[in-house]
Design a protein around this ligand. Structure first.
Ligand code: NAD
Length: 257
């Protein structure tokens, strides 16, 4: 059950969104918590038991690579078991009815694509865990293949071709952001007429610049999050609660109007 205030806010946001022709969604870890993948801030999750490995340490230090792959070994089954939830499904529906330009995501879990958003309409700012990549020759491997090798005792997997270090195709702390994805995200943010931010604290930069850019270019800004975010004061509509509950209702009401 949603309360009366939220209900009224939802209807107002749906009315405003109905007028938009080019909607861009911007998603963070909060869109996937209802699929069983904790965000960094949830207590007791995998992230509280491991320190992130800095990119420079990964490059320079065998022990850092061993620690990194011990963490990935634990992470992989959780990501592989996760299924899209109502929030992912609602965004796939928005694309099917021709109203969603793209999803710009900070997530590495691939759940937007699994829900049905087209590959070329998902911009991954922090890379993906679906693949691993050799940092020397750039050969790509499905993550399931590397996970199997780690499970068989290869603590620090290396490239079969050139012997270079293999890392998940995600952006680690200290690693440069993918230029092409950032440029595409900035272009689409500047051209959209509504930006829907879902499950992001909007404090992780430079990714959080993207919704701010949309707003500066005159887009309607709608935020769905269960806690206050860094851009609430800028938003036209703030809907506080569970993404998997609120987003389907928003799309439902919008589609009906
Ligand atoms: P974040 O900064 O995007 O914060 C997550 C936000 O989502 C929080 O404000 C939280 O209150 C909110 N939230 C959590 N569950 C929610 C729900 N069901 N409905 C609505 N709001 C909800 O993300 P973070 O946890 O600080 O992670 C930072 C970065 O780490 C991400 O940008 C991503 O690159 C990576 N990460 C990815 C995943 C993933 O791929 N699923 C998971 C964890 C972390």
């Amino acid at each position: 059950m949603i309360d009366e205030t939220l209900d009224a806010r939802l209807s107002a946001a749906a009315r405003a969104l109905s007028a938009a022709r080019r909607i861009v969604a911007f998603t963070g870890a909060g869109v996937s918590t209802e699929s069983g993948i904790p965000d960094f801030r949830s207590p007791g999750g995998i992230w509280s038991r491991y320190q992130p490995v800095m990119y420079q340490d990964f490059l320079q230090n065998e022990d850092a690579r061993r620690y990194y792959w011990a963490m990935r070994r634990e992470l992989f089954p959780m990501l592989a078991a996760a299924r899209p939830n109502g929030a992912h499904d609602a965004l796939a529906r928005l694309e099917r009815i021709g109203r969603l330009d793209c999803v710009i995501t900070q997530n590495i879990d691939g759940l937007h694509q699994r829900a049905g958003n087209r590959e070329d309409r998902v911009v991954e700012l922090h890379g993906t865990n679906r693949f691993a990549v050799c940092l020397r020759c750039h050969e790509e491997y499905p993550m399931a293949v590397i996970h199997a090798r780690v499970e068989q005792g290869e603590e620090v997997p290396t490239c079969k071709g050139c012997g270079g270090p293999i890392k998940a195709a995600t952006v680690s702390f200290g690693q440069p952001m993918p230029e092409q994805a950032m440029a595409e995200a900035a272009r689409r943010a500047a051209e959209c007429d509504a930006m829907l931010c879902i499950g992001s604290s909007l404090v992780v930069y430079p990714a959080a610049d993207i919704p701010a850019l949309a707003k500066q270019h005159g887009a309607l800004l709608i935020i769905i999050n269960r806690e206050p975010t860094g851009l609430d004061d800028w938003a036209d509509h703030v809907l506080r609660g569970q993404a998997g509950e609120i987003l389907p209702l928003l799309v439902e009401r919008m589609a009906l109007e």
